[in-house]
Design a protein around this ligand. Structure first.
Ligand code: PLP
Length: 463
């Protein structure tokens, strides 16, 4: 299969394609041909306006977990639109469907978390979590506990606080970020960040030591929380070293530093459990989630918190007269209805068992990519994975970033009808809809493998 992409610049269908400032896009790249415009989707496939069909190997932005044509979600939205298209949750009001969703979320929440606050995006959820941490510590008489530790390479979103914690250059450059409450500890990527001959166990101990040193240097009395994606997504699909989170948690507890698990990607089945926190043995005080919560059919995110935190927050809110935080669309009834139906479908169709069943073929196909000389490391858990490029013939030496090798590979794979994503550490990510079948996984990797021998040759040219 070879994909044809016509130029949109002269298309009669659009008056202008120049009005939109597109997120995470180099304007120069689209100035010639214009963006690729997608118009329809079904199952794991999406189609552009030229009629080209693709397997969406990234579920969009790690989010459309039930695929692109789930009628039950469409029906849930339409039904709620007809009944009550909008109402808010301010000043003692809320919607029936929002209450039902909060009941469902608390029923499935990890670590017995007991209260939920709704937002619209992962970034908003993380900003909200930080405000809750500040509010909580301040109400306990510790207003200086404001610094938040994230890890280098992590992605937590783009709003001011979240972007400060996102420790990736591309989200901070040009904006004067990070703000000064953000601290960043060592990148937990064993393949790239370990010393020569350092075992995974030694590497993990070094990470823990670095964290302890950072806490000591900044003073625990100034640190409110530690935030971590159970498995780093946009920063490289990085699976933590064994025992990493088990070793971190007692240190945080001892220093009264709260643990925020950013489950925006890892929540709702992605790692083969409902939560990444379950997969990696995390007992979070706060969880942020979004994306798979509504299978991305409607914007919604949530912050789940422990009873201890919610009680303290409520105490402070009573003292101050109200909890002074909320979004016009917090607990939006249409998004809530879609999210509720998503969680019901996950149970009715036992999506998590399905994920566990097909993980075998998914991880096998990813492991087999190791045979290409330009691929130095492959990894996966549940239905998320990555292949990381290196200079052929080396153990882990990177190809010169000016070659943008991963982006080139993604472009070639795109021409074969599979959408993947190039990650900044010169890797490609795989994160297909959770409903993908074994045949579709094989079809996806068969197409991917048609370009890898050629890309191996290209990589040899860079040695
Ligand atoms: C782990 C994580 N946290 C937060 C976010 C931000 O979510 P949003 O883009 O909905 O603001 C993302 C987005 O990809 C993410 O991967």
């Amino acid at each position: 299969m070879n994909i044809q992409n016509k130029s949109l610049k002269n298309s009669l269908e659009f008056k202008s394609i120049d009005y939109q400032l597109q997120p995470y896009t180099n304007p120069e790249l689209i100035s010639e041909k214009g963006p690729q415009v997608f118009n329809s989707g079904s199952g794991v496939n999406v189609e552009d306006i030229d009629g080209n069909s693709y397997i969406e190997g990234m579920s969009g932005l790690w989010c459309a977990s039930l695929g692109f044509g789930e009628n039950e979600l469409i029906e849930a939205a339409v039904k709620q639109m007809r009944k009550l298209p909008y109402y808010h949750s301010f000043t003692g009001k809320t919607c029936e469907t929002t209450i039902k969703l909060s009941e469902k979320l608390i029923e499935i929440a990890p670590n017995n978390l007991k209260k939920v606050f709704f937002c619209n995006s992962g970034s908003e959820a993380n900003d909200t979590a930080i405000k809750i941490v500040w509010y909580y510590h301040s109400s306990l008489g510790n207003p200086n506990k404001r610094k938040i530790i994230s890890r280098k390479g992590s992605y937590h979103g783009v709003t001011l606080a979240a972007a400060s914690l996102t420790a990736l250059d591309y989200a901070q450059k040009g904006f004067g970020l990070p703000l000064d409450f953000a601290l960043h500890t060592t990148w937990p990527h064993y393949f790239q960040n370990s010393y020569e001959n350092e075992s995974e166990k030694e590497f993990c101990s070094r990470l823990i030591k670095d964290l302890e040193q950072l806490i000591e240097m900044e003073g625990a009395e100034n640190i409110g929380a530690f935030i971590a994606e159970p498995l780093m997504g946009a920063g490289g699909v990085i699976i933590p070293p064994k025992s990493y989170f088990e070793m971190i948690q007692p240190i945080l507890k001892r220093n009264e530093i709260l643990f925020i698990a950013d489950e925006v990607i890892s929540g709702f089945g992605r790692t083969g459990n409902m939560w990444g926190s379950q997969t990696f043995n995390i007992k979070p005080d706060i969880v942020t989630c979004a994306k798979g919560l509504s299978s991305a059919y409607a914007p919604i995110s949530a912050v789940l918190m422990s009873e201890n935190i919610s009680k303290q927050v409520e105490k402070q809110a009573i003292k101050l007269g109200q909890f002074g935080h909320g979004y016009t669309y917090s607990g939006h009834p249409v998004s809530s209805a879609v999210a509720l139906r998503t969680l019901e479908i996950m149970e009715e169709r036992d999506i998590i068992t399905h994920v566990r069943d097909i993980t075998t073929v998914f991880s096998k196909r990813i492991s087999e990519l190791k045979k290409y000389r330009c691929i130095g490391n492959v990894r996966s858990i549940g239905l998320i994975g990555a292949a990381e490029f290196i200079k052929p013939g080396t153990k882990r030496e990177k190809i010169d970033p000016q070659h943008k090798f991963a982006a080139k590979v993604v472009k070639k794979i795109h021409e074969k009808g599979v959408i993947l994503r190039a990650l900044p550490i010169d890797a490609i990510a795989f994160c297909p809809p959770l409903i993908i079948s074994k045949d579709e996984i094989n079809q996806m990797f068969d197409r991917i493998e048609t370009v890898l021998p050629e890309m191996d040759q290209v990589a040899y040219g860079y040695v």
